[in-house]
Design a protein. Structure first.
Length: 95
C-alpha cells in the first residue's frame, strides 16, 4: 500500500522523513516521501496520523530495505568470553 509520510517515523528499522530531496546536485527539489509497505503497517501509521494514503498514481520515491537479523553465534565469536566475565568482578570485592 502506498502512503505519504507526514511525520518522521521508523519503518522496519529505517528512518523515514516527510520530505526528501530528489534530482541532480544543484537542481535538487524537496518532495513528499511516498513509500510502499504492507497494508497492516500502513494502516497503523495512518491511524496514528503519521501518514496518509497516497494517490494510486503516486510514484514511490523512497525504498525501505529491511534490516537483516544478526546471527547470535557470530556475535558470540566477536565478543568471545567477555560476556561471561560481566558481573564477576562485583563478587570479588566482598572477599
Amino acid at each position: 500500500m502506498k502512503i505519504k509520510i507526514l511525520l518522521p517515523v521508523m519503518v522496519m528499522g529505517t528512518p523515514v522523513y516527510p520530505k526528501i530531496k530528489v534530482g541532480e546536485k544543484g537542481k535538487e527539489k524537496e518532495v513528499d516521501t511516498i513509500i510502499d509497505i504492507d497494508k497492516k503497517l500502513a494502516k497503523e501509521l495512518c491511524l496514528s496520523k503519521q501518514a496518509v494514503q497516497a494517490a494510486k498514481n503516486s510514484a514511490v520515491n523512497f525504498d525501505i530495505v529491511p534490516l537483516e537479523k544478526e546471527d547470535p553465534d557470530a556475535l558470540d565469536e566477536f565478543f568471545g568470553d567477555d560476556a561471561d566475565d560481566v558481573g564477576d568482578d562485583a563478587d570479588d570485592d566482598d572477599e
